[in-house]
Design a protein around this ligand. Sequence first.
Ligand SMILES: [Zn+2]
Length: 496
Amino acid sequence: MKYILSISAFLSMLLAAATISAQTEVDQINDVVTQAKIRAHMSFIASDALRGRDTGSEGLEAAAAYVSSHFIAHGVDTMAGYGEYLQWIPFQEVSPSDSATLTIGGQTLTAPQDFLVLNGETQQSTMPGKYIGFGQEADLEGEDVRFQFAVAQVGDGESQAIGSVITESREKRERAIDAGAMGLIEIYHNVQVPWSMITRMAGQKQLSTDAPADKRHLQMPHIWLSAADSVVTSALLEGGTPIQLDMQGLQRSDLPSANVIGLVPGTDPELRDEYIVYSAHYDHVGIGRPDAVGDTIYNGARDNAIGTTAVMLLAEYIAAHPTKRSALFVLFTGEEKGLRGSDWFVEHSPVDLDQIKYCFNIDNGGYNDTSVVSVIGLTRTTAEEKLQAACNAFGLEAIEDPAKEQGLFDRSDNVNFARKGIPAPTFSMGFRSFDQEIFKYYHQPGDEMESMDFDYLEKYVKAFVLSAISIGNADENSFWIEGDKYYDVGRELYGK
Ligand SMILES: [Zn+2]
């Protein structure tokens, strides 16, 4: 007897099969991701014992060992070439100069009120100054600045954006060194960032990964001078006036810290050379100013013990149920110090960047709506539908960044991937605005797990896992929406 399957019967079977497979994934996630496991991981990562997980601290190293141990337990691989799960970053902690004075035309100026020391070793020197405009290539042409202070205006004469002023300043220093100057003084006047704010920022310790090739780069004094004193600035602009500098140098000490990287190879022979990065920063801000009850440990349960926990549980899930594409689990150090771990990762990636098809990052400031997940960049990549469906499967709704004024897309590790062209949104706990409820815990000692809603966290982590595997198993890679700021650089990266 011939059996004829009608089209509609066939379609309904397909539909049932699809429902069953979706159901199976939800069931499997329910088995792996439990509230008890979330609590267990959080209770260690956000504990006082880890002292707020500051970059380079023993507390953060203990957290790295904990994540590594979890990877071992679940059979997550190390990357080829890495003996362990750790990608060490040779950070140096640079402490500001303790004291410095500058005497120009008989007038003595003191740091940090009147000027800032950005670079240089301890020294006493007296040299003439030579004014070189904005210190551009063209300004330096035909000028002899050897054995003198090169004196320049800050910036390039066009952009006032502080980021470009800082980048320009670094380049100017290189140019001054190449031209044989013995020091560089930049006269600071910027309408966007007042001098008082600059001195506050510069009073903090910084992390550096510069490895200056020759000693002159460490030695050469580089100074930003407030333009406030017009007598001094006009003396500098005229040139020839002897400049006397007496300064304590910057102090550098090694402060290595590691990203943690785990791998589960993909199952599809065609797609296994493609990678999805699933990332979270596991550092926080350490110990600091006490709050009203005298607590000094910034536990960072929301920021970002929960994200770290989510990536650990995702790794456990994918190790048991591998995706078609290879999965790279990356826990970044140094996020709170200026996205340093992710910056290092994209510059020293263990796989070619064009093999990384998507970075699915998770980071959290806090939450004030437990019916939603706020995905920073939800509508900027073609994964939107997948993420929405995954959130819906656990009774949540995905919403786009509701607080655009905060610039969150550019304030977490995802942006270092985006700049390279890799589509990279950030999954975050539900918030409708950056209000008091968020600021109550955001970067506060009170950001502890006891104040969190674990019924919500369970759904949230499950939605993260389902979103992640739907990206890792998709037939087509998701990409930037046409017209996005990163669309063109993405096309370039992948040769589209
Ligand atoms: Zn964070």
